[in-house]
Design a protein around this ligand. Structure first.
Ligand SMILES: NC(=O)c1ccc[n+]([C@@H]2O[C@H](COP(=O)([O-])OP(=O)(O)OC[C@H]3O[C@@H](n4cnc5c(N)ncnc54)[C@H](O)[C@@H]3O)[C@@H](O)[C@H]2O)c1
Length: 325
């Protein structure tokens, strides 16, 4: 069995390849070549956390894996990341365990990649500015993915914790050579940006629909349980709504469940799943004025395909440690 650490994964995974792999996984999903049961979520109320168990199998790519990922929103106060994960990759032919790998980095890469695919189909072709609300771990790979699919010239960032915004701006401007302004409010982010990345652990809306300008594309990835949300109802109502999974979002995402409960939208308001855009069954953006929203809760096929990619590349490059269980 191959053991892959975070350091190993950083050497083998590039965002461009992960975007391609994740897009392929969504195509397989559309063609019913994927098994992806609704994940099991175990809430650990006593410690204010969640454990998610996420198995999946992609028949054409032969990717079979299970991820165990936790979300503990208070962790950063203890110096521990909010999201922690590990992934077991099995051989579909024999069931044999092939690899065990650090899953936190894979999660960040594949979540970024899913938004990258959505941005490719939904953002205006001439989008040049990106706004980030919530400058944590995911925001970094979200920006990386957007940067791969559009010509970004400038970014704006806001986090409730200003130090985090500043660190994000310093680190990411060096990485991409893009100017990143730290701003004082989420409103300022929204008003300046063609593409918005909302990646918070907020329980109450951080983005208001009244701030979102025509032609914006929004990627919203935050999830802190079905009673919490980072988007207000007006944002959802103003947008053409695409999701990673209808079932996932309708069962888990407060961003969509709450406006449904308020009677502002109903389940039919979801325009498409990402797989339908990838397969060409539905069109992405219609015109330069519409506001598009990609709401994701994360799908296990994204982990399985990314874990398989990492495993194959690691074998080729001789990276990782072989162990006998
Ligand atoms: N959709 C998916 O597939 C997917 C995958 C992984 C993580 N997530 C979700 O993404 C979110 C971010 O995860 P992370 O690993 O980056 O966490 P993180 O703790 O590293 O970052 C979250 C950031 O949000 C900021 N924040 C909290 N409340 C805010 C507010 N009101 N306004 C502005 N900023 C605020 C925090 O200060 C922090 O910097 C979580 O909700 C997590 O569950 C989703």
């Amino acid at each position: 069995m191959l053991l892959l650490t975070r350091e190993d994964l950083e050497k083998v995974l590039a965002m461009r390849e992960v975007i391609e792999a994740v897009e392929k996984a969504f195509l397989e999903l559309y063609h019913e070549k994927a098994k992806v049961p609704l994940r099991t979520i175990l809430e650990v109320e006593k410690h204010n956390g969640f454990l998610l168990y996420m198995p999946s199998y992609l028949e054409s790519s032969e990717a079979l894996a299970v991820k165990v990922v936790s979300l503990y929103p208070e962790n950063p106060k203890k110096g521990i990341p909010s999201v922690l994960a590990s992934i077991l990759l099995n051989d579909p032919e024999t069931g044999k365990p092939l690899a065990f790998m650090e899953g936190t980095y894979i999660t960040a890469m594949r979540t970024g990649a899913a938004s990258g695919v959505a941005t490719k189909y939904l953002a205006r072709k001439d989008a040049k500015t990106v706004g980030i609300i919530g400058a944590g771990v995911q925001a970094r790979t979200q920006l990386w993915a957007v940067y791969e699919v559009r010509n970004i010239e400038k970014a704006y960032v806001y986090d409730i914790n200003k130090e985090k915004s500043q660190n994000f701006a310093d680190e990411m401007s060096k990485k991409f050579g893009v100017e990143i302004d730290v701003v004082e409010s989420p409103k300022e982010v929204a008003e300046n940006s063609d593409i918005l990345i909302i990646a918070t652990t907020a329980r109450k809306p951080v983005l208001r629909g009244e701030w979102v300008k025509e032609g914006t594309h929004i990627n919203s990835i935050g999830w802190v349980g079905k009673d919490a949300r980072e988007l207000d109802s007006e944002t959802v109502k103003k947008s053409k709504l695409v999701v990673d999974s209808r079932e996932g979002v309708l069962n888990e995402s407060g961003d969509i469940i709450i406006p449904i409960k308020e009677g502002i939208i109903d389940e039919t308001y979801i325009y498409a799943e990402l797989s339908e855009l990838v397969a060409g069954a539905k069109k992405g953006r219609d015109n330069d004025r519409e506001i598009t929203l990609f709401k994701s809760v994360g799908l296990a096929i994204e982990d399985a395909i990314t874990a398989k990619l990492a495993y194959e590349k690691a074998l080729k490059l001789g990276i990782g440690t072989h162990i006998e269980l």
